[in-house]
Design a protein around this ligand. Sequence first.
Ligand code: ACO
Length: 424
Amino acid sequence: MSNTVTLTDNRNGKSYEFPILDGTKGPSVIDISSLYKDTGMFTFDRGYTSTAMCRSAITYIDGEKGELMHRGYDIAWLAKNKMYLDLVYLLFYKHLPSQDEFVSFKKDLKERSYLNEKMLKLFDCFPDKAHPMAVLQACVATMSAYYKRDMNFDDMHDYMELAKRLVAKIPTFIAFHYRHTRGFPTIYPDLDRGFTENFLYMLRAFPHNKVELRPIEAKAFDTVLMLHADHEQNASTTTVRTVGSTHAHPYSCISAGIGALWGHAHGGANEGVIRQLEMIGSVDRVDEFIKRAKDHNDPFRLMGFGHRVYKNFDPRAKVLKGLRDQLINEIGIDSNLIKVATRIEEIALNDEYFISRNLYPNVDFHSGLILKALGIPNEMFAAIFVMGRVPGWLSQWMELKAQDTIKIVRPRQLYVGPTCPPEA
Ligand code: ACO
């Protein structure tokens, strides 16, 4: 049996053969790169729901089984046994770091966590109400003006220099903007602390004040970053790869990824979860909103429920749910928000509408509550997602650049417009 599929055009009876390619795991793909040449036709696949746009050895997802792996390691195992920086290292270098490698990697990040002091003026240019994502996108794009020598990429060392610089500076951008808008004194990064602890320190510290951070806070935040680190060819990663395929500057690619992630159907969802919980406001109003979510004539949707790929459960949500409950118990939060969230979860998990459509809480449902419990303002949630995701984008970008030939991403279309000028 040949490893091909045959396509027959029933209009003229002509048949065409296309090779089937097998990966190491997951569905095989039909290689249709000669389709247009052979048949004069394109494929039509709105939202690329059935299209593999690249070969990748970074992340594997099985949406039916609720499986997520990075370079062969299961996410639940990584979350239990490793830290976010271990995963960043794994994504970049394709293996987990030894103790010495970890220490040296952290030292490299520490040295790159400061901003060029001239960049601090950037923060004066934005209105205080500017959304952190708008500021972050601009700051990252501006890096190409400051680090011009990164323009020539011909070896792994240059890639890594750029990657470490971005991972190290993004938390500083987010924290500096947060403090600047509130008129708080600037707190410089201190990576003698853990990577995660440093970020919470930059948000919370004041000169002469000791920052008290409970281990559960650091663990919960570290896990949120880890669970967002990469998720194969999602909208923002595809954006980074698409911009990268034009040979644009890598900082532009990452800045474009930030723009794509901002949307509420993607990285903006955890901010949306909290906004929605605040809008529902009390447990006795939950039934009314569940009813609205089930009504097809009402555009209302339960934020934090459902996923394009995971149709059984979201493995990231499973990890976060336990941590969320532990964090809330240990900090001792007794908030209305948690009560509303818990009630929604109870109802939805037992309701025929949600069960039959495989609508389970996704990672954003829990991460929003964790970030809220850590005292992080709602409007910063998507920027935290970026902080977690940037190593994923960078490793995908590096994978693209390591190819012998890069094909510019340029899909086709089904034209449905006029074929001659409209009548005057
Ligand atoms: N609330 C109520 N009904 C829902 C929801 C929801 N959150 N999500 C899907 N449905 C229903 C749809 O109305 C549809 O019902 P029907 O079959 O009777 O018409 C069915 O479930 C399938 O929905 P689709 O929109 O086709 O599913 P899709 O896979 O395209 O969408 C998405 C996935 C965008 C995540 C969707 O579930 C949603 O909008 N969720 C809320 C937003 C959210 O939480 N986004 C975060 C995603 S995770 C991330 O980006 C990290």
